[in-house]
Design a protein around this ligand. Structure first.
Ligand SMILES: Nc1ncnc2c1ncn2[C@@H]1O[C@H](COP(=O)(O)OP(=O)(O)OP(=O)(O)O)[C@@H](O)[C@H]1O
Length: 204
């Protein structure tokens, strides 16, 4: 399966709690492209990802296309976008295995294979609340593996990960791009995604 969706932003301004936090963002992301959103703490990287996901108010245009067809943003946000945040948002009382089964029940996909790819098989019986930061971070990537969506919004995907974990993230991004997927990544300056463009944001 190859994705063909593209993402475009035109003069986007994002607000949090009624206050503009960044402004004047324009870019186009073709199928298979990746962009690293860089900027200082509080410059609006997370806010931009949330605006694309429909979770933060914005002015200007955020639109999704397939060729010349403009796609319904509500459809894209419910069916074709994954927003992955550092905490993952999982139930701390479930085990890793139960979490994987729950997510694959919801999204479909092969939970066992996903745990294997994330290196989480040894933790399968552990409760999410008892995982280390890096293990929880790996678990947050689960939905990328079990539900193939066109557009990934990754908020600091390397935070808390060891070198093996970072390598898993890079491999997932590369594989997604080779399927035509689009990846928008909030990232700090010391981290890098080979072949990705940079979008630098500044607080409004
Ligand atoms: N839930 C919120 N309610 C109100 N203001 C918020 C909220 N979340 C973020 N902000 C404000 O929006 C601005 C941008 O925050 P954001 O989290 O997008 O920055 P960031 O670039 O991702 O920062 P960091 O590098 O620290 O993660 C900050 O001034 C912050 O105080």
């Amino acid at each position: 399966m190859a994705f063909e969706m593209a993402l475009s932003l035109k003069d986007v301004e994002v607000s949090r709690a009624g206050r503009p936090v960044l402004a004047g963002v324009s870019m186009h992301m073709a199928p298979g492209s990746a962009v690293m959103v860089r900027g200082t703490n509080g410059s609006g990287k997370t806010s931009l990802l949330r605006a694309v996901a429909g979770l933060a108010r914005h002015e200007g245009e955020i639109y999704f296309t397939r060729g010349v067809q403009v796609l319904d943003p509500a459809f894209m946000r419910s069916e074709e976008i994954h927003l992955v945040t550092p905490d993952g948002g999982h139930n701390p009382r479930l085990t890793v295995e139960e979490t994987a089964q729950f997510e694959s029940g919801f999204y479909g996909g092969d939970a066992e294979d996903a745990l294997l790819q994330l290196g989480l098989v040894p933790q399968a019986e552990e409760r999410v609340g008892a995982l280390s930061t890096g293990q929880r971070r790996r678990l947050s990537l689960l939905r990328l593996l079990i539900d193939k969506r066109a557009l990934w919004l990754l908020d600091e995907p390397f935070s808390g990960l060891d070198e093996e974990g970072r390598s898993i993230v890079r491999t997932l991004i590369e594989a997604h791009r080779s399927r035509g997927g689009v990846v928008l990544i909030a990232l700090h300056d010391e981290e890098d995604i080979p072949g990705a463009r940079t979008l630098r944001v500044e607080a409004a």
